[in-house]
Structure formats: C-alpha cells, structure tokens
Design a protein around this ligand. Structure first.
Ligand code: ADP
Ligand code: MG
Length: 385
C-alpha cells in the first residue's frame, strides 16, 4: 500500500522523526477554515498524490500570507497533476497538505528499501538530495551511498555515525542525524515497509534537521499486523477493485479487454501469460478463491462485467477440491443471474471434467468450450477481436 505524504508523516511523527508543523489537510469540497494558519508563515501548500516530482509540476507552492495559502490550496484541489513519475497519466488532486515552510540550507536524500537480492533492508542516501535525485543517480552513481542493515539489530550506532560522516553532516546536527537514521530504519522494519523515503531531509537556516517530504510503501501481506494501516483507504485501488475486496475476491484491474475468471492465483497468472502469448491482453487478474461456489462465480461475473473495456470473458477453472460438474452448474446458475452479452469461453479441467463439460454443453448457454488453456486463450483473443 502506498501512503500519501501526510499519512507517511503521521507515521514519522510516531517514531520521533522531526517534521515541520502541520497546519492541516483539506479534501475536495472542504472549507479552508480547517487550516490552522496562526504562525508567522510562510507556508507550503502540497498536492497529495501518489507520485513524486510534484515540486516541478506545480504541486508544491509557497505562500507568504494565510490568505494566499488558502487560495493556493483551493486552486490545487481538483487539479490534474502529471509528473515525471505518473507515466503520462494525470492524477486528480483530492487532498492538499499545508505545512509551515522552512528556510532550507541543505537538501539530503535518504531512504530505506528492501534489497531483495541481499534479503536485507538497505539505506540509500546522497549528500545532494532534492528534486533532481534521479538525474544525480544517473550522472554520478558514485555519489549514491548504499548501506545494508541487519533486520534484527536495526541500524547500529557505528553505522549511523559512518553514514553521517559520508553525508558530510555538520557537527551541530550529528547526533540529531544519527538518531533520525536509526528511527527511520526502525519505522521501515516495524511498519513492514518495502520503502521509506525522505527527500529532501533538510538542514534549515537555523540548523534544524527536518524531514520535509515522506514516501512510504508498506507490504499488503503484513496488513494483518497493522490494524491502523488496514483501516485506511487504498488510494491506488479503483472502484471495482474496492468492491471486489469487500466481497472477498482477489481482483486487480489491467489494461486489456479479455476478462479472466480463474481459481487460484498461480493459475490466474498463467492465464494472463497465456492470453498474452495468444496475442491478447487481459482486462484483469481475478482469483475466485478455492471454494468457487455459485455465489462466488456470480459475483466474479458481475465484477468482470463492470469493466466496460471487457469484450470477451475467459473462465479457466481447475476442479481440484471443487469438482468440475459443480463448477459448471455454478457457471450456468450465475449466467441466469448476470446477463452476459459478450462471448464467453470456458475451459474446465480436473475432477469430473466430463460431467462438467456435458452440463455446459446441454445448458443452452451461448458459450464456447475449450479443452486446453492454449485453445481457450486463442478463442478468447479471437472473440475479443
Ligand atoms: P516532490 O518530491 O513531489 O517534488 P517535495 O515535498 O519533496 O515534493 O517538495 C519539493 C521541494 O519543495 C523540496 O525539495 C523543497 O525544496 C520544497 N519544499 C517542500 N516542503 C517544504 C517546506 N515545508 N518548506 C520549504 N520548502 C519546502
Ligand atoms: Mg520529495
């Protein structure tokens, strides 16, 4: 799950990571009265979208007066943001964060990522942080520091000090920095994150060390350990994905036009690959789960057909614990409840497959059967065209 900047900063706050004072977060439709702009200013108004590069795209603005901050916040809400990280797509700004601004003397880059090859959390840091870190990593890779961290022990004192030396942290901020780095690593480990990034970490004109931005990505598989995170809305999920989640179907929307209904995540992945090999593109990943009963199959059809891109549906079900004849009856029952006006291709395999195919053949339903996944994929691709 990807967290917005202000959500990440709330987590940082719990770990004692130093932040600028927050003046408030407002949503589309909110009044700016919720903003507490009682300090001397200036303030910074920041678009809350799941992409970096906002600074260069007009999503981070400075305001000198409370009135200006309110005006900028209202103007930013509803804005479409395209940054170098959004792959050409525009993200709608639904929330805006207003923080107190600070006077920046130096910008540093620091993150903790999961190094899959080394199976260890790793700090990535650079003395020259800020908005051009991607370019720096390209042109001067030697300026990027990588430091593996023991997941049990966390960041050890000597490592934190070494990092401070390598980043040229001034003597004045040395202790503050080592404490910050240890807390950042602790946040990464305890929140089951796959990324925790602060860019920029700044040293202010009055020599304070502050995390000015936050990016946190957590592991969905660990959500059961984090009730607070699990209760948060998933900003990346589409409406269909949210609905599927509510009814217990594993569904992820994709860009193609062949709706896929499969039991088992592994088989679903194989189905996507096979559709691709046959020259098509799947509209979704959908795993109906182990006990694919009539109810689940009906709901899965409903979910798949909500996506208007879908031009054909491919059902690929392996009858293991569930028998193929039961599944076939399920498909027949479901298709009575859900109007399927597009080509339907069904491939059943496994226990009682003969009986299952017979039920489908006799059902009078307009569907095509296939005896192998390859055949089914080819038929679905042809049907969608
Ligand atoms: P992004 O990474 O999406 O571009 P940042 O939050 O890093 O957004 O902000 C971009 C730049 O704006 C920062 O590098 C910093 O120079 C400036 N900035 C961000 N927050 C503040 C703040 N509270 N005070 C002053 N400048 C800020
Ligand atoms: Mg940033």
């Amino acid at each position: 799950m990807k967290l917005l900047e202000y959500e990440g900063k709330e987590i940082f706050g719990r770990y004692g990571i130093p932040l600028q004072k927050r003046c408030g977060v407002i949503r589309l439709g909110d009044s700016t009265d919720k903003l507490v702009l009682d300090g001397p200013g200036p303030w910074v108004v920041k678009a809350q979208v799941l992409a970096g590069g906002r600074g260069k795209a007009g999503g981070v603005k400075l305001a000198k007066t409370p009135t200006e901050a309110r005006e900028l916040a209202l103007k930013m809400l509803g804005m479409k943001m395209v940054t170098h990280q959004t792959q050409g797509k525009a993200l709608i700004v639904e929330e805006v964060l207003v923080d107190e601004a600070c006077d920046i003397k130096r910008e540093i880059y620091i993150s903790v990522v999961l190094d899959r090859k080394g199976s260890t959390p790793t700090i990535i840091a650079s003395a020259e942080g800020g908005m051009s870190i991607e370019e720096l990593a390209q042109s001067h890779p030697e300026k990027i520091i990588k430091l593996p961290v023991d997941v049990e022990a966390g960041l050890l004192d000597f490592q934190a000090r070494q990092l401070a030396f390598d980043l040229n942290i001034p003597q004045k901020n040395f202790r503050e920095f080592t404490a910050f780095a240890c807390r950042l690593v602790r946040a990464f480990i305890e929140e089951d994150a796959s990324l925790v990034e602060v860019n920029p970490l700044v040293i202010t004109g009055d020599d304070r060390l502050i995390a000015l931005d936050s990016k946190i990505v957590t592991d969905d598989n660990a959500l059961f350990r984090h009730k607070d995170l699990a209760a948060k809305p998933d900003h990346e999920a589409t409406e269909i994905e949210k609905e599927a989640k509510e009814i217990g179907i594993n569904y992820i929307g994709l860009d193609g036009d062949i709706g896929c209904m499969v039991n088992g995540a592994g088989l679903a992945m194989a189905t996507l690959d096979t559709v691709k090999m046959a020259g098509g593109d799947a509209a979704n990943f959908l795993d109906v789960g182990g006990g694919a009963n009539v109810d689940q199959i009906t709901r899965a059809f409903q979910i798949i057909l909500k996506d208007s891109k879908v031009k054909a549906v491919l059902v690929n079900i392996f009858g293991g614990i569930m028998k193929c004849d039961n599944i076939a009856s399920g498909v027949v029952e479901a298709s009575k409840k859900v109007k399927i006006n597009i080509p339907l291709i069904v491939r059943l395999e496994g226990t009682n497959v003969k009986e299952g195919r017979e039920i489908l053949a006799k059902s009078g339903l307009k569907l095509e059967q296939a005896s192998s996944l390859w055949e089914a994929a080819q038929k679905a691709v042809a049907a969608a065209k």
